[in-house]
Write a protein that binds this ligand. Sequence first.
Ligand code: PGA
Length: 223
Amino acid sequence: MKTTWIIANWKSNKTIKEALEWVEAVGPKLPKTENLKMVVCPPFTDVEEVKKAVTVGGYPLHVGVQDLSPFEVGPYTGEESASILKDFVDFAIIGHSERRHNFGETDEMVEEKVKMAKKSNIIPLVCVEGAEVPVPTGVNLIAYEPTFAIGTGTPDTPENAAKVADNLRQKYGGDLEVLYGGSVTSRNAKGFLDNKSLNGLLIGKASLDPEEFVKVVEEYGGD
Ligand code: PGA
């Protein structure tokens, strides 16, 4: 059966207080559905508290990070290593275009980060801007996020996203799960969620508002 992922990428937003308010507003409203996996990726500073709140509340929400170090623990000032993060998260966004463009992240670094994540049993979600971007071996979860659609209010169409997803599967194998991200809101989510070639959504801006995030989840209509 197909798994659908709905993933909140908060980017560099929310104090601990705001993060906990979001969890308490969203958590009780999330459905406990086996084939629907919901993940929240807060900034590093919020991760521990969010994890605690989700666990105490018993909410069907996984916690992830938006990046991790390409190195093991050690003398790497400012980095967050997978083997430390694994106590709190089971999921990591890797190679988001904002990291590639603003922080010089290369395909090689993405590959190292994927290796570190996998070593610590953290599921890597690798972001690509198109089917031409290399996907490291051992990755099963991809987010297709065209830059023209990120934060612009102009999403790609579900049909085109599905085409890219099919291309990626041709290149990397039929088991690859491909999500769409870029200006997803509760108004356009259904077209992507209902598309058989897509495995869910990576949501930035619209995920910050608890009500809007719940509305997106409500658009999920099953497999
Ligand atoms: P957006 O961001 O939903 O704000 O366009 C998506 C993303 O960058 O993951």
